[in-house]
Design a binder for this molecule. Structure first.
Ligand SMILES: C[S@@+](CC[C@H](N)C(=O)[O-])C[C@H]1O[C@@H](n2cnc3c(N)ncnc32)[C@H](O)[C@@H]1O
Length: 418
């Protein structure tokens, strides 16, 4: 463990990872240099920090999705754990909702975005292939490294699984995206004392300069991409689009900093264009706008994951730490409606999984086989517990040209809260 300059305690970083991060810094410093004295809008910085094909976090070889029980520093540890990595019961329960959708559509097609290690695809394929032998499972992931891993893991399913390189021009079927919206680059904003909205850009401050980067740019450091990089924020007056978007979501609160996922909103709006018929199940951590832009959440939701440590030093360790923001589900639902999609359901992950019959499925386990029972039940409790993933994670279903009730929202549908 070590303390970072802000005082946050961070884990020990191995040398190879430090080198990878140095390369990422260099790349980002170059982009800032090209952008000029006002630096890079944070969304572009985050895009490159996560997805640059050579130095981005999702391009890097180290394991991202790990095992919380692995020894600290071990290659198996990863940075964070997602529901499908925790337990196959997540995918099995989700399959219970996907199955009637495919039947209703009379088309056994699934398209998963951002499939990570391929774990969710594997669990869903195992659950559904017996009933849908013609199942076609499509995957679209912008990370070449993860796509490679998915191909290895899902090889036993042969041509049941196909990878797309770009959005389809038309699609009928069920779409799933687990923890994808939270991984999209967000626009960072701050309300000024003067009642104006500012966008946060990232600049490269010379290490020995002491002036306040949030009010003034250090153009000299910005002009030298080879200088030791020292990233900091710079406030720049928001353009009309961002200004309008912020004012539509919340009142002026001087000093309040948060984010807007414009890329996520246009991704959802895009569904309205290329989805012919079907349902998209979007699963992620987040809240409706009222909670998202609550006055007490004055520093937003942006956070990083590094070797299972969650911290808020977004500008530190680019390339080797995940950067993520919670999802504003009201914004996603509004984007869907504006794109002529229907909002078919919204509830907590726990409620959704219970509605899908997760508990009944588990009742087949033999409780007298205590070792197996504990191994299976422990991670499921994490999925369902209000204190862990059960309440913070939500499921939003949007769709087009479907006329069916979705079992996952049979009780506890919270669309009225969006
Ligand atoms: C946090 S990981 C989640 C992985 C997996 N769904 C899981 O639950 O374990 C985010 C994933 O989304 C992918 N991703 C991010 N933006 C994307 C986009 N616009 N289209 C497709 N995949 C995307 C990343 O490459 C990565 O695989």
């Amino acid at each position: 463990m070590r303390a970072d300059p802000s005082g946050a305690v961070l884990p020990q970083i191995q040398e190879a990872a430090q080198r990878y991060s140095e390369n990422a810094r260099h790349k980002l410093a170059g982009l800032i240099y090209e952008a000029g004295p006002q630096g890079l809008p944070f969304a572009r910085w985050m895009q490159a920090a996560l997805y640059d094909p050579r130095t981005g976090y999702y391009a890097g070889a180290p394991l991202k999705f790990g095992d919380t029980t692995a020894a600290a520093g071990s290659a198996l540890q990863g940075d964070f754990v997602t529901a499908p990595e925790l337990t196959p019961w997540f995918g099995r329960a989700l399959a219970r909702q996907i199955s009637p959708i495919l039947t209703h559509l009379n088309t056994p097609h699934i398209l998963e975005f951002g499939a990570g290690s391929g774990a969710l695809a594997e669990h869903i394929l195992q659950a559904l292939l017996p009933d849908f032998p013609e199942l076609q499972y499509f995957i679209l992931d912008i990370s070449p490294d993860l796509t490679q891993r998915q191909k290895q893991r899902l090889a036993p399913f042969g041509d049941r699984v196909q990878w797309l390189h770009s959005l389809p021009t038309g699609f009928t079927g069920c779409i799933i995206a687990n923890e994808v919206l939270d991984a999209m680059p967000v626009t960072l904003f701050e309300w000024g004392e003067d009642g104006h909205v500012y966008e946060l850009h990232v600049i490269n401050k010379a290490v020995n300069k002491t002036d306040d980067a949030s009010t003034e740019t250090d153009s000299q450091a910005n002009q030298d991409p080879a200088a030791v990089s020292h990233f900091d924020f710079l406030r720049v007056p928001a353009n009309a689009l961002l200004d309008q978007a912020v004012r539509a979501r919340m009142p002026a609160l001087p000093g309040y900093r948060s984010e807007i996922n414009l890329q996520g909103e246009s991704w959802v709006a895009g569904l309205g264009q290329w989805l012919d018929r079907g349902v998209a199940l979007l699963i992620d951590y987040g809240f409706p706008a009222g909670e998202y832009y609550h006055p007490q959440r004055s520093q937003g939701t942006l956070m990083c994951h590094l070797l299972h440590h969650a911290h808020s030093q977004v500008l530190h360790f680019p390339g080797i730490q995940d950067i993520t923001a919670h999802v504003d589900f009201t914004a996603m639902a509004d984007a869907a409606l504006a794109a002529d999609l229907e909002v078919l359901g919204y509830t907590s992950q726990a409620r959704f999984l219970l509605n899908c019959g997760l508990l009944q499925m588990l009742s087949d386990l033999d409780p007298t086989d205590t070792v197996r029972y504990t191994r299976e039940i422990g991670p499921v409790q994490k999925l369902l517990s209000e204190a862990e993933m059960g309440e913070l994670f939500k499921v939003l279903a949007v769709g087009k040209n479907v006329d069916m009730d979705l079992d996952g929202f049979a009780t506890g549908d919270r669309r009225h809260r969006l």
